[in-house]
Design a protein around this ligand. Structure first.
Ligand code: ATP
Ligand code: MG
Length: 192
């Protein structure tokens, strides 16, 4: 199955981010906006995994989660991949220096490094292979010119709300022509 590890958001945060999307819809052209129900923060993209793979990393992930305390997460700025002159992906970024989030991502990375299990990342530019904690909120539509005025970036996009993170999830992603469907497969509770 196609899989990734992610932090899912509560209803309130999804609504707040949907509000940001609504504002951007009015002021930009050429983007497809992610269904707010599907918003998530990817900790690690795994790609195709087999059930044997899952057995390898399930226990180490469970143990690392148990040693981490729950934390709060805020989102406060817009960003784009690969950059704002040619935005292909528009995102809203987690607060810079969110230490617990960065620590969690690093520990997850080290689990997969120690198992020598790394997904195929050839299709991505290197910008996306360094961990930039973000929610993808929009993507450029193919074959369309975009309009994204740069002043949008300098505005304050703080959601003024902190989501409580007490777990992360192994998500299955099923890609349909109409868009992806994600299904939680396993949850890892933060429990220090
Ligand atoms: P679609 O590919 O149809 O646009 P999607 O990107 O939401 O949908 P997936 O491609 O399965 O669905 O990706 C699941 C999550 O993993 C998303 O958050 C995506 O941004 C992230 N992701 C996908 N591929 C990579 C990759 N090679 N490196 C890092 N993150 C990735
Ligand atoms: Mg994708």
């Amino acid at each position: 199955m196609r899989a990734f590890l992610a932090i899912n958001l509560d209803r309130k945060m999804k609504e707040l981010v949907a509000g940001v999307q609504d504002e951007l819809k009015k002021r930009t052209r050429g983007f497809r906006w992610v269904n707010p129900e599907l918003l998530h923060l990817t900790l690690k993209f795994l790609g195709e995994i087999r059930s044997e793979d899952l057995q390898l990393f399930e226990q180490p992930l469970k143990e690392l989660a148990e040693k981490m305390p729950p934390f709060r997460l805020t989102f406060d700025r817009l960003g784009a991949f690969p950059n704002f002159r040619r935005p292909r992906v528009i995102w809203i970024g987690a607060q810079v220096g969110s230490e617990q989030l960065e620590l969690l991502a690093e520990k997850i990375e080290s689990v997969f490094r120690s198992l020598s299990f790394q997904p195929d990342q050839r299709k991505r530019g290197k910008e996306e292979n360094i961990f930039v904690p973000h929610l993808t909120i929009g993507r450029k539509r193919k074959d369309q010119d975009i309009y994204f005025p740069s002043e949008i970036l300098h505005e304050d996009w703080n959601c003024e709300y902190a989501v409580s993170v007490d777990r992360f999830s192994l998500m299955q992603s099923i890609l349909y022509a109409s868009g992806p469907v994600y299904r939680p497969v396993k949850e890892f509770l933060l429990d220090a």
